[in-house]
Design a protein around this ligand. Sequence first.
Ligand code: SAM
Length: 229
Amino acid sequence: MTLPEQDMEQQREQMVSRQIEQRGLRDPAVLAAMRAVPREAFVSESHRQFAYDDGPLPIAEGQTISQPYVVALMVEMLHLKPQDRVLEIGTGSGYAAAVLSRIVAEVHTVERIEQLVDFARQNLSGLDYENVQVHHGDGSLGWPDQAPYDGIIVAAGGPKIPAALKKQLVIGGRLVMPVGSEQRAQRLVRLTRVEENEYDRENLSHVRFVPLIGQQAWEKENRKWLDFF
Ligand code: SAM
């Protein structure tokens, strides 16, 4: 192992203990996955040195790779099991999909920006993570071809939970999504499908995600926010 690789492993271990365990996350499968996936493989060369910083980082097209703690929190909120099948909306760099792939049997992830679809596929193939499929499309409509899913994670903020996503959950399945009436300020919401037409909703912590743009989401991006990052 070369020295920089060792250094990255140490930084990753510190990231998990300081940013994730010390903030109260406990699911052993989530902690193991966060320890296993090299976040530096999902950012550009110029951001590699910041890969284990406690925040989001820019990727192409004005988008971001989420803060490690927020990825771990959202994944833990899904209460996943090894045999589960999961849908992620907002592939971005592919990092969260990679984390999910270390916990469940199958991951489908949907990204609307083609350049990021290619970026994520490249990042994932470099690591041989074979149980992840990256799809190009409007994830506000879900990915009906492979539905239903045990868990759905939405990595971009919308004004409400898209009806299409609710219908693609198994009974007993959970969805986690940032929801808010502003494009860059939301609360994490967990929805559990308890019956065919009955859902339990819990409003959790405040978060700040890039907007979900699509037919069942925001119509277009509010450009003034692009200067925010
Ligand atoms: N999970 C990603 C990662 O680990 O790098 C970070 C996701 S980033 C915060 C949000 C992503 O959602 C962006 O890449 C954006 O292009 C994407 N997005 C926004 N609206 C979408 C939609 N309707 N369908 C699919 N992806 C969408």
